[in-house]
Write a protein that binds this ligand. Structure first.
Ligand SMILES: [Zn+2]
Length: 162
């Protein structure tokens, strides 16, 4: 497994298996088992709304239905931990893909992307993939070439459950 094997399909579809915005957390736990970590903040229902399987982070709504609102792949680690096909078991691979590697992999699969100005500034740059709305943020600080910090999709539209 290579980090680009995750990032390219994520860019194209905005989902990682059962992990997709609008699904429920229980759809994910059915596939991946219980989350490996959860946030300490809780919503109105007393449940955490941040969950993680290694470098895969999931945020849910703050109500009991636990609808997924955002997905983040944290790539700013030398060794990324990732859920394998076997629930509860991690696999690991190197993180920090470069901007060049990411955009080349996207282009090779015919996935178009644009520079994303709202998250581009002195010490970072970003691209957005129109097909999925995925946003990739790269650090440009103290590096030879920009490296990916994270890739994410989010839907912050108000929900009736909120
Ligand atoms: Zn909800």
């Amino acid at each position: 497994m290579h980090v680009l094997d995750i990032l390219v399909p994520f860019a194209r579809t905005g989902r990682i298996g059962a992990v997709r915005v609008g699904a429920q957390l229980r759809d994910v736990t059915r596939e991946l088992g219980p989350p490996w970590a959860e946030g300490s903040s809780t919503g109105a229902d007393g449940l955490p709304y941040l969950y993680a399987y290694g470098c895969l982070e999931i945020a849910t709504c703050h109500a009991h239905c636990q609808v997924i609102e955002s997905i983040v792949v944290q790539t700013d680690q030398a060794t990324m931990q990732w859920p394998s096909r076997e629930p509860g078991r991690a696999e690991s691979f190197p993180g920090y893909p470069t901007h060049r590697e990411v955009v080349r992999a996207l282009s090779e699969t015919g996935c178009s992307w644009d520079d994303y100005a709202p998250l581009t500034c002195d010490d970072q740059c970003a691209i957005r993939v129109p097909a999925s709305g995925a946003i990739f943020v790269f650090t440009t600080e103290d590096v030879e070439e920009p490296t990916l910090c994270n890739a994410s999709v989010a839907d912050h539209r108000p929900r009736s459950c909120g």
